[in-house]
Write a protein that binds this ligand. Structure first.
Ligand SMILES: [Zn+2]
Ligand SMILES: [Zn+2]
Length: 365
């Protein structure tokens, strides 16, 4: 079928609204009418060439929509259901068999390889293959999605709020809920007040952590952090030393630090703000830290520094719970989201990049 999609024709290129051809859904796949799609830093990472990114490409990996058609082997989802899209995985590697699809050994191939799981793309333009992204390419009116990436959600919640749950929000919140599992006397500092950081903060609030410190450079986001449950905020621009400011709040340093900024100096601050035997989680794609010393920063203080993926979320289990908590008023994602028209996708990226908006979502139809 012919659909409209935002195509990026070359590395670093603009989004161009084009008519593309979408293939039929295979037996394990669904055809979904995409209603909304969140914008995540990883889309920009892909547009700038990402991991061996091929072009032309259709990005978008936080899609949400209404099921139009299901393949013959799809179970538990029918036409008309509301769904969110999440990451995809192979289902048969050791990690997948151990129930950890977020650490699927083929994660990068499947999500960044430019094709569906059979190695072929479902999108073409003028007879030429167009690379897919995260097995969904949700910056398009319709998407062919593997059933493993599809999460059925309640139909009474705006799909613009559902869309970002599939990646950024579950990554932030899941790091707290699924990995840290903090006790009520835990102290936690979150670095970077974008959608991932604020989601981690909302989850820490849900877990009743004793001290939740929000670290950022944007006063408006820090105000919002307070509203969402931060017990303390630190504007990195207003203090001489972020770790010192953290230790003024909790003398030992925090039990857990989460970096969502992906900036080397912030990660160093996160390490230095963490208590003896504490843990630091890095969620943003990060550059080089010049000052990092394994001996004094990690080993001598028995700290753990680790990367994680998708907040170790089993999307089909975790996303419906996030939706429930939103409906109960305990996880107010609506405070993060701003909706843009599909044709304004370039502006939505610009505003995201400039920190004008926390979570941009494009309304596709
Ligand atoms: Zn796997
Ligand atoms: Zn993402």
């Amino acid at each position: 079928m012919k659909i409209k999609a935002a195509v990026v024709k070359k590395k670093g290129g603009a989004f161009e609204m084009c008519e593309v051809d979408l293939a039929d859904a295979k037996e394990d796949e669904l055809l979904v009418k995409v209603v909304s799609s969140g914008i995540c830093h990883t889309d920009e990472f892909g547009r700038q060439g990402g991991i061996n990114q091929r072009f032309p490409a259709v990005f978008g990996h936080e899609g949400a929509g209404i099921v139009e058609k299901v393949g013959s082997r799809v179970k538990g989802i029918k036409k008309g259901d509301h769904v969110a899209f999440s990451y995809s995985y192979c289902g048969h590697c050791d990690a997948c068999r151990e129930g950890k699809p977020f650490y699927c050994e083929s994660f990068n191939d499947i999500n960044f390889g430019g094709t569906a799981s059979d190695g072929k793309t479902r999108i073409s333009m003028n007879g030429e293959d167009v690379a897919m992204f995260f097995g969904q390419s949700s910056f398009a009116q319709y998407s062919i999605v593997d059933q493993k990436s599809v999460v059925k959600v309640d139909s009474d919640v705006d799909l613009a709020l559902i869309a970002p749950l599939g990646c950024g929000i579950q990554t932030g919140a899941g790091t707290v809920t699924n990995i840290i599992k903090p006790s009520i006397d835990s102290t936690i500092a979150i670095f970077g007040m974008g959608a991932v950081g604020l989601s981690a903060l909302m989850a820490a609030n849900l877990e009743h952590c004793k001290t939740i410190i929000a670290v950022g450079g944007n006063e408006k986001s820090l105000e919002l952090a307070k509203e969402l449950g931060a017990t303390h905020t630190i504007n990195r621009k207003n203090v001489n030393s972020v770790p010192d400011a953290v230790r003024e709040i909790t003398a030992k340093g925090v039990d857990y630090s989460i970096d969502t900024s992906g900036v080397g100096t912030m990660i160093q601050h996160a390490i230095d703000s963490t208590a003896f035997n504490g843990s630091i989680f890095v969620l943003g794609s990060s550059g080089v830290i010049d000052s990092f010393n394994v001996g004094t920063d990690i080993l001598m203080n028995m700290k753990t520094l680790r990367g994680t993926c998708e907040g170790e979320s089993i999307s089909q289990k975790y996303i419906p719970e996030l939706v429930r908590m939103y409906k109960e008023g305990r996880f107010p994602i609506d405070k993060l989201v701003k909706v843009y028209e599909f044709d304004d996708i370039e502006k939505a990226f610009e505003d995201s990049h400039n920190g004008k908006v926390i979570k941009a979502v494009v309304k596709i139809q």
